[in-house]
Design a protein around this ligand. Sequence first.
Ligand code: PGA
Length: 252
Amino acid sequence: MRKKIVAGNWKMNTSIAEGELLANQIDFLTSTLDNDVQIIITPPYTHLQKVGMVLKDHKSKVELAAQNCADHTSGAYTGEVSVEMLKELTCKYVILGHSERREYYGETNETLLKKINLVLSAGLKPIFCVGEKLEEREANKHFEVVASQIKEVLYKLRGVEFANVIVAYEPVWAIGTGKTATSDQAEEMHAYIRRVIADKFAQYADETPILYGGSCKPSNAAEIFSKENVDGGLIGGASLNAQDFVTIIKSF
Ligand code: PGA
């Protein structure tokens, strides 16, 4: 049985106080849930300590993740945050390769390979994002683009390392736009991603969680999650409202 995961990506939103409140609300609303969904929240760096303390104090089932990490272990890298620092803040996961990082901060597959290796060697789990832009889908290049994102980073890992990777398919045209991929489009790509993974890591492909991201919300989550190869969601906007986020979690 593959793990079901719903991860909230808060991006650069909320004050620290709002973040603490949101974490408290999510913890409260999920504390009595008895489904087997792994719940992850990803506040900004500045919130991790306080939010981590909220989760620890409540012995919460909600786990903590970071939105990014440095591509070096330590040293003279002004403005960067290392994986060991994130680990100290009780993060268990790190989102890597989000399209916003690729697009606005020039993250390449080469940088991402360095980061994913650091995350894995620290014993944290990467949530590795892939996805095509609108013009790539329109040119019918979406499969090719996603395959190359997987091959240039994930194929370079050893199988035992790959076993800890969570993949998120996030079509760039669906992120924050209100346009969701249809559940069939999501399933088609998720099944393809699983085949690409199987070509290299046959024994792990079946167990790899593949999350969908891009305007996933309470009104469409159940339909998307009903698909065989969709194992959960990476939720942006809708994860900033505790009620909406929990409704999505309950959509399984
Ligand atoms: P969205 O963002 O749900 O706001 O579209 C998803 C993401 O970027 O992870």
